[in-house]
Design a protein around this ligand. Structure first.
Ligand code: PMP
Length: 421
């Protein structure tokens, strides 16, 4: 048995929410994959920084010096968390979406981009045009590797970039990143890892995986203060136009009458124009430090809860779990399923209103993946993490069983597109 006391703690674990009956119950947050709750240590670190909060880099005052130090030290925490190379740039962004858009804007012209079509929209959509090749997601990790190998053989000469997720936000399945990176390397391609869903659950080692770029979001690693990061090779980022233009991205601006002379800063400042999110970046860095110190307990805790969740779901009539690579494949704490044709929007609403359980329904910003795996239906997703307890899982499974077998004693109607009792 694992000691729950050894796990990093999250805020809100005793939160009580109102039910349709008027009672209040402890909130069961089974939507960690969308946004994880805040770590207590992150909250405390933010609280401690707030009196010292000031503008970074350009201020001469003491608070500004403190904020600048905290902001720059955050790069070291992220680097350590990901095992990044000393030469990698660490660019702070708003989230994973922002980081991937930054990367997409920074690749050399005519870069051939190869990715699988079931990616999250944040990874799928920034790449458009004739140089993008979308591969149909294969039935097994081994086929993914073979398909990528073939695509890279056929890719035009010149810079190439493979974009792959570490763990699916729909099925939680872990992708064979190291194997895909090996293939990319063999063909002289670079590889970018979307670690938004992997990083909250498993250690990510950039050097061991041999990936060139890694992106993640603070709010998914228990630091919900609006920050994300792109870590990776600095040459393309250094050669690219700034992602945003403005203060910080420029080292010198001169007036030449009919035009301005502008010298852009070097990375990372080149792509961090404007006043940065010091608080969010500090929160992200502290979350990296805390998670990085407790992987053994975190992985074990989640493995046990996920097994309990999946075993419970398997006993609910009509529930069909979605999987790209099969039920036995390694996955992090995310499970999506259909429920025998029942409206998943109604089920999600009833789980909340009658049982105080938060899940997510729909297609999870991965429309192609959900559409294909759920055969055109929408799905329900339960995702676990450090805020999840055995009681949450058991309550969820029992509530779902009651709803699909007996229905609800409340009448539900659609209001503004959502079911409500
Ligand atoms: N990639 C994956 C795999 C995700 O799960 C998400 C968030 N659902 C994103 C990218 C986008 O993250 P964000 O919304 O924080 O930009």
């Amino acid at each position: 048995r694992i000691s729950v006391a050894a796990l990093p703690r999250v805020v809100g674990s005793t939160l009580r929410v109102p039910l349709v009956t008027g009672e209040r119950v402890e909130y069961a947050n089974l939507d960690h994959a969308a946004s994880a709750p805040c770590l207590e240590q992150v909250r405390d670190a933010v609280d401690e920084l707030l009196p010292w909060y000031a503008s970074v880099h350009r201020g001469a005052g003491f608070a500004s010096q403190v904020s600048t130090k905290v902001y720059e030290q955050a790069r070291t925490s992220v680097r350590r968390f990901l095992g990044a190379r000393d030469t990698d740039a660490v660019v702070f962004t708003r989230n994973t979406t922002d980081a991937l858009n930054l990367l997409a804007r920074s690749v050399p012209k005519h870069t051939a981009v190869i990715l699988f079509d079931t990616e999250h929209h944040a990874a799928l959509l920034p790449w458009r045009g004739p140089n993008v090749r979308r591969l149909r997601t294969p039935a097994s990790p081994a086929t993914a590797v073979l398909d990528l190998d073939r695509a890279l053989r056929e890719a035009p000469v010149g810079p190439r970039l493979v974009v792959v997720t570490g763990a699916s936000n729909v099925t939680g399945e872990v992708w064979p990143v190291a194997e895909l990176a090996r293939v990319a390397r063999r063909h002289g391609a670079r590889i970018a890892l979307d670690a938004a869903q992997l990083a909250p659950h498993r250690p990510v080692d950039v050097r061991a995986l041999d990936v060139d770029y890694t992106v993640l979001s603070g709010h998914k690693i228990y630091a919900p203060f609006g920050s994300g990061v792109l870590v990776g090779r600095s040459d393309w980022l250094q050669a690219a136009e700034p992602y945003l233009v403005g203060g910080g991205a420029t080292s010198r601006v001169t007036d030449h009458g009919d035009r301005l002379g502008v010298a852009w800063s070097a990375v990372p400042e080149r792509h961090e124009a404007g006043t940065p999110n010091v608080v969010g970046v500090h929160a992200l860095a502290v979350a990296c430090d805390v998670l990085g110190r407790s992987w053994e307990q975190t992985v074990e805790h989640e493995r046990a809860l996920l097994a309990r969740l999946r075993a419970g779901l398997a006993t609910v009539p009509g529930v069909h779990e979605l999987a790209l690579f099969g039920a036995e494949h390694d996955r992090v704490g995310v499970v999506s399923f259909t429920a025998g044709g029942q409206d998943v929007g109604y089920l999600a609403a009833a789980l909340s209103a009658e049982h105080g359980i938060g899940v997510r329904d729909g297609a999870f910003c991965a429309h192609i993946a959900v559409h294909r795996l759920a055969h055109g239906e929408r799905a329900l997703r339960a995702s676990i993490g450090l805020g999840t307890t055995e009681e949450h899982v058991d309550r969820f499974v029992a509530a779902l069983r009651t709803l699909v077998t007996e229905g609800s004693r409340w009448e539900y109607e659609l209001r503004d597109g959502r079911w409500a009792p």
